[in-house]
Design a protein around this ligand. Structure first.
Ligand code: GDP
Ligand code: MG
Length: 379
């Protein structure tokens, strides 16, 4: 891509959120007031409802999922496209987006964008803050200039650098949300839980199993039981918010089908589960865990839903009342309907992401800081 192809005055910025290598799914984000127009031109689908995921055709290049987000509260609308993750497919879709007037996110430096910043680190901090999905990122970013000054004077060694690098990778989910997928057979309550966490009636909740095409995803802000420093004990300083955004994906019930589009949806569901950072398996007293054959990988958390009605029956499946959720024998027991146990589930998700005990710690949140640590780690 040459500079002449970058349209800085475009009203939609397109950005590849996933690595430009092969993967089951890629994520392309559109951001800007023309997102709906671009989405319409790319897919031929004109109607987009906030938060409702659709299976679409990307200009004949690929089929995949897309979601449009416009909360109507003055935030800039955005959209995410989930095509298959081949470099060729992604390249073609990005080319098509440029034809439609999108600017690919270019390498305009943070200092150029934020001339008011004192130095490069502060400029990058402000740029990162503007992109960060999690409210909890704000205080942590604001603390970075001081923390890095302190680190520089403490003469860190290679081992420190390696430790900070690996911790920084975990903290990166404060900027680009981790993906959490709920998988389970039809009717166990996946959409009810999703609605509760997204705080709106985003999913279709139905007694009829298999509304396969109704995928819903959205940003869920979860805090778990945390206050102060997100449940942690050693939290220094004041946190204005410890909420952490995760991209929450409600999959259709996994079942086999002869319908071509439904089969396609199942392939995509498997891809989403394979790529997810946290996979939650859900069941209820009457319905078993998802078929292991339908899952491309082992779930991270196990959840028994509907304990409000099925206390006795469920007890025979789940002997421990204090399940940890780490295996099928000791599931977390929740009621998506009443909210019972949902905070514990949020805690378990944050634990899996290593974001439960946030403290004000050094964070290499941009490429320049990571390179500094990498150099030190090699020394
Ligand atoms: P999905 O197919 O897994 O998405 O399941 P839904 O969320 O659509 O729920 C299926 C049915 O179970 C609906 O009638 C829900 O109201 C009901 N349901 C979901 N969660 C609970 C719960 O915690 N307790 C009870 N009693 N019913 C629930
Ligand atoms: Mg559902």
């Amino acid at each position: 891509m040459t500079d002449s192809t970058i349209q800085l005055d475009a009203d939609v910025v397109a950005c590849l959120m996933t690595a430009p290598t092969s993967g089951a799914v890629a994520i392309i984000q559109l951001r800007g007031h023309g997102s709906r127009r671009v989405l319409g031109q790319l897919t031929g689908v004109a109607e987009w409802e906030h938060g409702r995921m659709k299976l679409v055709d990307f200009s004949g290049i690929d089929q995949g999922l897309a979601v449009y987000m416009d909360s109507g509260d003055g935030c800039v609308p955005w959209a995410q496209l989930f095509p298959h993750g081949g470099p060729r497919v992604v390249r073609k879709i990005l080319d098509r987006l440029m034809q439609l007037g999108c600017a690919l996110r270019s390498d305009v430096s943070a200092v150029e964008t934020y001339p008011e910043a004192w130095n490069e680190l502060e400029a990058s901090m402000l740029a990162t803050m503007a992109q960060a999905a999690s409210p909890a990122a704000i205080d942590l970013l604001l603390a970075q200039p001081d923390l890095w000054r302190a680190l520089d004077t403490s003469q860190p060694d290679a081992a420190d650098a390696r430790r900070l690098l690996s911790r920084s990778a975990e903290l990166q989910h404060l900027i680009t949300p981790a993906t959490v997928v709920v998988a389970g057979r039809p009717n166990v309550g996946k959409s009810t839980l999703t609605n509760r966490l997204l705080g709106r009636a985003a999913s279709i909740v139905a007694d009829l199993p298999g509304t396969t095409r109704d995928w819903v995803s959205g940003l869920a802000e979860i805090s778990g039981s945390g206050n102060g420093s997100n449940g942690g004990s050693g939290g220094a300083g004041e946190w204005s918010s410890t909420a952490i955004a995760v991209c929450w994906l409600d999959t259709p019930g996994l079942r086999s089908s002869d319908d071509a589009i439904e089969q396609q949806a199942i392939v995509l569901a498997r891809g989403a589960i394979a790529e997810a950072h946290v996979v939650i398996a859900m069941r209820d007293a009457a319905t078993d865990w998802p078929d292991p054959e339908a899952l491309p990988r082992e779930p991270d958390l196990w959840v028994m839903n509907k304990v409000d009605v099925a206390e006795d029956h469920a007890a025979s499946h789940a002997p421990s009342a204090s399940g940890t959720g780490h295996d099928a024998e000791h599931p977390l027991r929740i009621s998506a309907r009443t909210g019972h146990g949902v905070t514990a589930l949020e805690d378990a998700v944050l634990e899996k992401l290593h974001l439960r005990n946030l403290t004000l710690e050094v964070w290499a949140f941009d490429a320049a800081l990571r390179q500094r640590l990498e150099k030190l780690a090699r020394s």
